[in-house]
Design a protein around this ligand. Structure first.
Ligand code: FES
Length: 243
């Protein structure tokens, strides 16, 4: 990906934050910390709330809704916050701020991060990149569960269950989050959840059987991925509030 113009430095006053369009429907929060600029996800990782509406004192960003806080230089959680903010590399050239090169969703993803680079490469070769519009439905219960998805950018919400017996499964917000994982399990040929894009989103779509074949050729990575997959499933099937 080539770098993309975001704004002029003067557009973000000292010790202020502002939200910008980062292309492809993505939103980016730019923070000015005493003249240093940092880029982050624009939406709170807790719920669907714009972080630019929060409180910011030049070093700590506070979401106004439930007061989660983050160190603006690192994105690390402070106090009540349970997860870090996703950071985006910025490149400053003169008075212009650009969104810099970003690592691939597979490299940073919760399932595949840190496994053998050759295996990541083989998985990347299987991935089809899809750009989906806001409101686009990715799948619904009963659809064939052949492929799983890795979120590259945007936001996806999913519901678990059928008809009136559904419960919110959660939001996918962070680059690298994996969903549609029935495609990686034996004995689950159809979806048990629905997934929909809350905003324009970029996704990697990977065939589950082909991915399992790649992983079977690298038992060490396969073990790591399967362990992470088990925790991921446990996390999303836990009653809300237990996550
Ligand atoms: S929505 Fe931001 S802290 Fe809850």
């Amino acid at each position: 990906m080539t770098k993309r113009f975001v704004c002029r430095s003067a557009d973000v006053p000292v010790n202020a934050v502002k939200e910008f369009d980062a292309g492809g429907g993505r939103k980016l929060l730019v923070a000015n910390a005493g003249g240093d600029y940092f880029g982050y996800q624009a939406i709170c990782p807790h719920q669907d709330v714009a972080l630019c509406e929060g409180l910011y004192d030049g070093s700590v960003l506070t979401c106004h809704m439930h007061l989660w806080q983050w160190d603006i230089r690192t994105g690390a959680p402070i106090g009540l916050a349970e997860v870090p903010l996703e950071k985006y590399p910025l490149a400053i050239e003169g008075d212009s701020i650009f969104l810099g090169e970003q690592p691939s969703a597979l490299d940073v993803g919760e399932l595949f991060r840190g496994i053998a680079p050759e295996t990541i490469e083989k998985l990347a070769a299987l991935a089809q990149r899809e750009a989906r519009e806001q409101g686009s439905e990715l799948y619904r219960p009963g659809d064939p569960a052949d492929d799983f998805y890795v979120l590259d950018s945007g936001r996806v919400a999913f519901l678990i269950g059928r008809e009136d017996r559904t419960s919110p499964g959660g939001f996918m917000l962070k680059k690298g989050e994996v969903f549609g994982w029935a495609a990686l399990l034996d004995g689950y040929p159809v979806r048990i959840a629905s997934a929909r894009c809350l905003e324009a989103s970029a996704l990697l779509r990977i065939n589950g059987r082909a991915a399992l074949k790649v992983l079977e050729g690298d038992p060490v990575s396969c073990y790591v991925v399967m362990r992470r997959l088990a925790s991921l499933i446990a996390r999303y099937l836990a009653p809300s509030g237990a996550r």
